[in-house]
Ligand binder design. Structure first.
Ligand code: ADP
Length: 213
């Protein structure tokens, strides 16, 4: 170990980061019951002395954690386009019944609703269950009525890292993200669907990763 003497607060920060990293400065401040501003000088010292490493948009990690670094670097390098799969899509006018049949036939859990390739909505298993429990006539109601609409759809882009996509999935508690390409249509931005990335794709990557390391 090096001979730098750390204050009690700094030692506490190192311990928290070792146990919880990656962790944001907000979360650290919360755990220590201080403001972020109060932590700033300590975090500056700990990163300058290479004890901690600050990862943009991720938080602080304990810099000597080799195995974490290897996994992290590997996952950061993989792009969504490398693991995405074919989305199951339907038009807004498709009946809920036909949409459910589509999901079964394609062994999927989420249906993406499009209007000429442009993403307009998402319908999940739970949305269908809600409709079924409500006793609605599934042969009459179109999916457009039950779907989650733009602009509330959480999406990923082909060039995003798998790590970012996984973070979005966890943060928003959804099973699947549409992978889109942004296109300008009459100066209005719309999203063309080109794939999907789901918990299954990511779990699959995780299994393959364990084989490689
Ligand atoms: P499940 O039905 O298995 O719980 P999700 O957790 O994916 O599936 O869906 C929960 C809710 O979030 C549903 O109402 C669904 O319409 C909505 N949803 C699913 N995926 C997305 C997404 N990518 N963006 C926004 N909302 C979504």
């Amino acid at each position: 170990m090096n001979s730098i003497k750390f204050t009690l607060r700094q030692q506490e920060i190192i311990k928290l980061v070792k146990e919880n990293g990656p962790i944001t400065s907000e979360a650290l401040a919360d755990k220590l019951n201080v403001t972020r501003a109060a932590l700033r000088p300590d975090l500056a010292i700990l990163t300058r002395t290479d004890i901690l490493e600050a990862r943009p948009k991720v938080g602080y990690i304990y810099a000597n954690n080799e195995s974490y670094n290897a996994v992290y670097e590997y996952i950061r390098r993989i792009k969504v386009q490398e693991i995405m799969s074919k989305p199951v899509i339907a038009e807004e006018s498709t009946t809920v019944y036909d949409a459910i049949v589509q999901l079964f036939l394609n062994d999927a859990g989420t249906l993406f609703v499009v209007n000429k390739d442009i993403l307009v909505g998402v319908v999940s298993r739970k949305d269908f269950l809600k409709i079924a429990m409500g006793g609605t006539d599934m042969n009459k109601v179109p999916v457009g009525v039950v779907m989650t609409r733009m602009p509330n759809i959480i999406f990923a882009e082909a060039e995003d890292s798998v790590y970012t996509a996984a973070q979005k999935i966890m943060e928003h508690q959804v099973d699947s993200l549409p992978v889109v390409q942004k296109i300008l249509d009459n100066r209005k931005e719309s999203l063309k669907i080109i794939g999907k990335v789901s918990k299954t794709n990511i779990t699959n990557l995780f299994v393959n990763l364990s084989k490689k390391i």
